[in-house]
Design a protein around this ligand. Structure first.
Ligand SMILES: NC(=O)c1ccc[n+]([C@@H]2O[C@H](COP(=O)([O-])OP(=O)(O)OC[C@H]3O[C@@H](n4cnc5c(N)ncnc54)[C@H](O)[C@@H]3O)[C@@H](O)[C@H]2O)c1
Length: 330
C-alpha cells in the first residue's frame, strides 16, 4: 500500500480509532478530524489531529482547501438508537446536516472519494434472514433513517457530481486492540459485550438482558458480531475497490449470529466468573435477529473476517477493562 494521505472524520471514536491504527500499519498517512463529543483524544496516536465540528459548515471546507486527501473516511455520527427516538433533531443535525456539509466541502475542493459508516439499521425489521443488500430498507428509528438518507445522498452526489462512495453497513462492531491501548468506551455504553465484561469484572453492579421472550432458540436477541479490525481491513479494501466501482453499498458482518445469552456464556467461560443477569423487558425497536449475508463483501472485496472469534473478542475486552477500569482518561 502506498503512503497515500487520508482524512478520518470521527477517528477518535471506537470504530474510527481502530481504523486509524490499522491504516497506519498499512502505511497510509492519516489525519484525524473529530469534535471529541463522544471520542477520546487519548485513543489517538501517530496522526495529525484537527478538532472541529462537522455541523459547522466552514471548518471542513477550510481544511480541505488547504489539504489534499486520496479519500475521506466518515465515521462521525450520533449513534444511539433510543436517543434518536427521543431527540430526532439531534440526529438529523449531527448525521444528515453534517454529511451534507462534508459532501459540499468535498465538491468545492474536488475531493471525490468517501467511505461511509452505514449500519444494518437501514433495513429495519428483517422480512427474511440473513439480510442481503437488496432487502427492503424500512428503518424504524431516526438513527437508521438518517443513515439511509445519507446513503441516498451519496447516490445522488455520485450521479450529479461524480463523487465515489462506499456505504459499508456494519452489523455489531465488537472487539478491540488492548495491546495498543485501544478499547471500547462509549458513554453511556449500550453495547452488550462491554457491559457483560464490566459486570464480570465487578465494574458495574447490574446486568440486564432486554427480553427473553423472542422467537429465538433461547428467547434472547441474536446479533452478528464483527471485529473492529476486520471492519478496518474491509474499509481499506473498499477504498481500493472504488477505482473500479464508484458506488459501493455492502454489508459487513460474519454471517453468523450469537444470542445475548450465548454472549453471557462466552464471558463467563473466558473470565471464569459465574454470571447471573437479570431479565428485563424488551427494548422498543429491537428485532429478534439481525444477521448479515456478507457474501457480496467476501466476493467484491476479497475479504473475510479473520478476527471475529467470540472468545478472542471477550478476552480482548477483559484485558482492556482490567487495564482501564474507568475507560480512557480523556
Ligand atoms: N459501533 C457499532 O456497533 C456500529 C454499528 C453500525 C454502524 N456504526 C457506525 O460507525 C460509526 C462509528 O461508531 P462508533 O461506535 O465508533 O461511535 P463513536 O461515538 O465511538 O465515534 C463517533 C466519533 O465521531 C465524533 N463525532 C461525532 N459527531 C461529530 C461531529 N459533528 N463532528 C466531528 N466529529 C464528530 C465523536 O467525537 C466520535 O469520536 C458511526 O457512524 C456509527 O453510526 C457503528
Amino acid at each position: 500500500m502506498s503512503s497515500e494521505k487520508i482524512l478520518v472524520i470521527g477517528g477518535a471514536g471506537y470504530v474510527g480509532s481502530h481504523f486509524v491504527r490499522y491504516a497506519l500499519h498499512e502505511g497510509l498517512e492519516v489525519s484525524v478530524a473529530d469534535n471529541l463529543s463522544t471520542g477520546h483524544r487519548s485513543a489517538l496516536r501517530g496522526t495529525a489531529f484537527f478538532q472541529f465540528d462537522l455541523t459547522g459548515s466552514d471548518a471542513l471546507l477550510q481544511h480541505l482547501s488547504r489539504n489534499r486527501y486520496a479519500a475521506i473516511f466518515h465515521f462521525a455520527a450520533s449513534c444511539l438508537v433510543g436517543e434518536s427516538v427521543e431527540k430526532p433533531d439531534l440526529y438529523y443535525r449531527n448525521n444528515l446536516i453534517a454529511a451534507y456539509n462534508m459532501l459540499e466541502a468535498m465538491r468545492a475542493t474536488n475531493h471525490d472519494r468517501v467511505i461511509f459508516s452505514s449500519t444494518c439499521a437501514v433495513y429495519g425489521a428483517p422480512q427474511r434472514l440473513p439480510l442481503t443488500e437488496d432487502h427492503p430498507k424500512q428503518p424504524i428509528s431516526p438513527y437508521g433513517r438518517t443513515k439511509l438518507a445519507i446513503e441516498w445522498m451519496l447516490e445522488d452526489y455520485h450521479r450529479a457530481y461524480e463523487i465515489r462512495s462506499a456505504s459499508l453497513r456494519y452489523f455489531n462492531a465488537a472487539g478491540c486492540e488492548p495491546q495498543d491501548g485501544l478499547g471500547e468506551d462509549h458513554r453511556p455504553e449500550t453495547h452488550l459485550i462491554p457491559n457483560v465484561v464490566r459486570y464480570a469484572l465487578r465494574l458495574t453492579n447490574d446486568l440486564v438482558i432486554f427480553g427473553d421472550d423472542y422467537p429465538t432458540p433461547d428467547g434472547t436477541c441474536i446479533r452478528d458480531y464483527i471485529h473492529v479490525t476486520d471492519l478496518a481491513e474491509a474499509h481499506i479494501k473498499a477504498m481500493a475497490k472504488m477505482d473500479h466501482n464508484p458506488l459501493i453499498r455492502m454489508n459487513l458482518g460474519t454471517g453468523a449470529g450469537l444470542s445475548n445469552l450465548e454472549i453471557v456464556s462466552a464471558v463467563s467461560r473466558v473470565s471464569g466468573v459465574k454470571l447471573s443477569p437479570k431479565m428485563g423487558p424488551r427494548r422498543p425497536g429491537d428485532p429478534p435477529e439481525l444477521v448479515a449475508d456478507p457474501s457480496l463483501a467476501f466476493r467484491e472485496l476479497d475479504w473475510k473476517p479473520s478476527r471475529s472469534n467470540i472468545e478472542e473478542i471477550v478476552r480482548q475486552a477483559l484485558q482492556w477493562f482490567s487495564e482501564h477500569p474507568s475507560g480512557y482518561p480523556d
